[in-house]
Design a protein around this ligand. Structure first.
Ligand code: SF4
Length: 264
């Protein structure tokens, strides 16, 4: 059961260093509850990190006016939540924002793990610049462990194909790549015709609790690869990711697919 609270917020657009533009987070909290999420460590005033996925604050704004002279800045949905998490079907908060910016010059980039994004195809078709991406890293079984509240990856793939068929620019963010679990090359083959470009990333392990949560599940469900994870997570062995990076570059080049970001 999700704890829902309405909170007042000043602005729906905030400046971001991530994209040198703007971000919009209509929610604080995320029902998807990904075990590897690091947004839970960035919520001001909250230290109940383990309750991530069990609460969502729904932001209410005094208005949805775009400040004058904003121009064609990048706008990301979202940097610290999923704007299309299940609650969105009930509140329509993200939809209201999309309606408010539909005719703007903003370069709108959406990243989600929810097929609910398909609901807004009618608005995306009217936007000057928009692209919709899905994060996909696992097969359905593994995703049910590590991303328990999100749309299963098989449905995310189907949604990407539907968006592409509707003429919406698409991308996939293969992240976080789980060593020995994420079938990276298979995903490239599977999605090469459904997306305009690929991005790839490893884990953000900046918070020690994050590392502990992931390692705990790997040890329990995948004991054979647990020692490899200890090497990679705790001893910072980059051999796996360096080798994979070479394979990704070779495969992408052979297929002629565009890679917009590949982890360092
Ligand atoms: S979908 Fe994104 S914001 Fe939501 S829990 Fe997962 S990683 Fe965090």
């Amino acid at each position: 059961m999700i704890r829902k609270t309405f909170v007042q917020a000043k602005n729906f657009l905030t400046k971001s260093k991530l994209n040198q533009g703007l971000t919009c987070n209509p929610y604080v909290g995320c029902e998807h509850g990904c075990v590897y999420c690091y947004a839970n460590y960035m919520v001001p005033g909250r230290t109940d990190y383990d309750s991530w996925g069990s609460y969502v604050d729904i932001r209410e704004y005094p208005n949805l006016d775009i400040p004058k002279n904003t121009g064609p800045k990048p706008l990301m949905f979202s940097s610290a939540c999923d704007a299309y998490q299940p609650l969105e079907a009930e509140t329509g908060s993200t939809r209201k924002i999309m309606e408010a910016i539909v005719e703007s010059d903003l370069q709108i980039q959406i990243l989600t793990k929810s097929e609910l994004v398909l609901r807004d195809i009618d608005l995306f078709k009217k936007m000057k610049m928009v692209e919709v991406g899905f994060s996909i890293a696992l097969a359905d079984r593994e995703a049910s462990l590590f991303e328990p509240g999100a749309t299963p990856p098989s449905k995310r793939i189907a949604a990407l194909k539907e968006l592409k068929a509707a003429g919406i620019p698409t991308y996939v963010f293969i992240a976080p790549i789980f060593p020995y679990l994420t079938e990276v090359i298979h995903l490239i083959d599977l999605l090469k015709d459904a997306v305009d470009y690929f991005m790839f990333d490893s884990f953000n392990l900046s918070h020690p609790l994050n590392r502990k949560r992931i390692l705990g599940l790997i040890e329990k469900h995948y004991p054979k690869i647990y020692p490899e994870y200890v090497n990679i997570f705790n001893l910072k062995d980059r051999t796996f990711y360096n080798e994979l990076k070479k394979n990704i570059m070779q495969h992408a080049e052979a297929l002629g697919v565009k890679v917009n970001y590949l982890y360092p």
